[in-house]
Each structure stands twice: as structure tokens, then as C-alpha cells.
Design a protein around this ligand. Structure first.
Ligand SMILES: Cc1cc2nc3c(=O)[nH]c(=O)nc-3n(C[C@H](O)[C@H](O)[C@H](O)COP(=O)(O)O)c2cc1C
Length: 196
């Protein structure tokens, strides 16, 4: 798939088909993800794959309780209401979750993980899969007790929890505001660009 088509066509997917992507398919998008640019090519990331709808539904209950407990008082009642709703599954009944983790406590490693996450989401889209970054899960994933339960090494930090599966419904593009651009010393006129 053309890269621009992937960038414009990717959506956050929250409804999935019953089929679970095979381990091979998930490994292939992780292989794509590690092509992301990263600072001094340290590749200080790891990928934890959690499979199983029932397991993820149980984790959702734990993660919601942790997220509610950590919400600052100023947070809107809408968000609070979502987390309190018993039927709300923060993983949207997805068949699998890929957690991109930082493996070094050094500058720029989290940025590297975010780039790997975006590369994974674009590659997944190009391969007919759907993804959604689940920020709601981050706090819970980084609790010492959760790391012990899931076998995440204590020094690894969960940066990008991404659900993945085959999309059942693709939402309409939510749209974007025009980017705020501030030029310093520009812009270059089109004719100058054409002239090289
Ligand atoms: C850091 C981050 C955290 C997010 N957390 C959640 C989340 O917890 N739950 C959710 O449904 N979507 C989450 N999203 C998905 C966004 O809501 C979605 O990307 C946004 O609405 C734009 O839609 P699009 O991705 O289809 O363009 C998150 C996205 C990012 C980048």
C-alpha cells in the first residue's frame, strides 16, 4: 500500500471480527514496527503480546479500577462515567493487545517507542488489520503488581498499548484541524522550489 494512502486511511478501530490474527501475522507487524527511526539505533524496545478476549476483558476490569483511582479531580465526568460503566471494555473485545515497552531509562527511548507504535499501526492497516492505542491501560500496566502478574520485567515501561485484530467496522475519519504553522525565515516561494 502506498504510504500516503496508509496514513490517510488508517483509523482507530474499536470493533473487531471474531477471527484472531495468527502469531505469524502479529510477528510480521512487529517486524515492520522495528523499522521505525530510533535514537542512535539503540532499539531499546520490547513487544509484549497478550492474546485472548476473556483475558483482556478481565484485564480491562482491573485497568478501569486503576485508571479511576488515578484520575485527577478535574477530569471530566464523561471520562469518569466511561470508566465506571460495568459494560465498558477498554480493549473493545479485541482479540489481542501488543504493548510496546521501553527497555532503557534513557532520554528519547519513549519517543522511539511512539514511533515504533505508529509504524506498527500503519503496517497493520496496510495488511488489513485494525488497531487502536489504548492509553487507558498505561497506568495499570505500569503498576508493579501488574508487571509481576503479566511477567513484564520491572525495568520495562509500557509506553504504547495497542489492540489489534481484523476490523469489523471502520469509523468515518474524525477529521483534523488545519495544522498551526509558524514560519521562521520562510516560506520558500513555489517558483524557487521549482528552480531548485
Ligand atoms: C496516546 C493515545 C492514547 C489513546 N487512548 C485511547 C483510549 O484509551 N481509548 C480509545 O478508545 N482510543 C484511544 N486513542 C485513539 C484516539 O482516540 C484516536 O486516535 C483519535 O480519536 C483519532 O482518531 P483516528 O486514529 O481514527 O484518526 C488514543 C490515541 C493515542 C495517540
Amino acid at each position: 500500500m502506498d504510504v500516503l494512502r496508509a496514513i490517510y486511511g488508517r483509523r482507530a478501530i474499536r470493533q473487531f471480527e471474531a477471527d484472531t490474527p495468527s502469531g505469524k501475522v502479529i510477528e510480521s507487524v512487529i517486524a515492520d514496527a522495528v523499522q521505525a527511526p530510533n535514537s542512535i539505533n539503540r532499539q531499546a524496545w520490547s513487544f509484549i503480546v497478550v492474546q485472548g478476549r476473556e483475558r483482556l476483558a478481565a484485564y480491562s476490569r482491573e485497568a478501569k479500577a486503576a485508571a479511576l483511582g488515578a484520575l485527577p479531580p478535574a477530569v471530566t465526568s464523561e471520562l469518569r462515567g466511561m470508566l465506571q460503566a460495568p459494560d465498558f471494555n477498554i480493549f473493545y473485545d479485541a482479540p489481542a493487545l501488543v504493548i510496546v515497552c521501553a527497555t532503557l531509562d534513557e532520554p528519547m527511548v519513549h519517543q522511539d517507542c511512539c514511533l515504533a507504535a505508529q509504524t506498527l499501526m500503519l503496517a497493520a492497516h496496510a495488511k488489513g488489520l485494525g488497531t487502536c492505542w489504548i492509553g487507558f491501560a498505561e497506568g495499570w500496566l505500569n503498576l508493579a503488581q501488574t508487571k509481576r502478574e503479566l511477567g513484564i520485567p520491572p525495568g520495562h515501561v509500557a509506553v504504547a498499548p495497542i489492540i489489534i485484530g481484523y476490523p469489523r467496522e471502520v469509523p468515518k475519519p474524525p477529521g483534523r484541524r488545519a495544522a498551526a504553522i509558524m514560519w521562521i525565515g520562510g516560506p520558500v516561494a513555489a517558483e524557487t522550489v521549482a528552480a531548485g
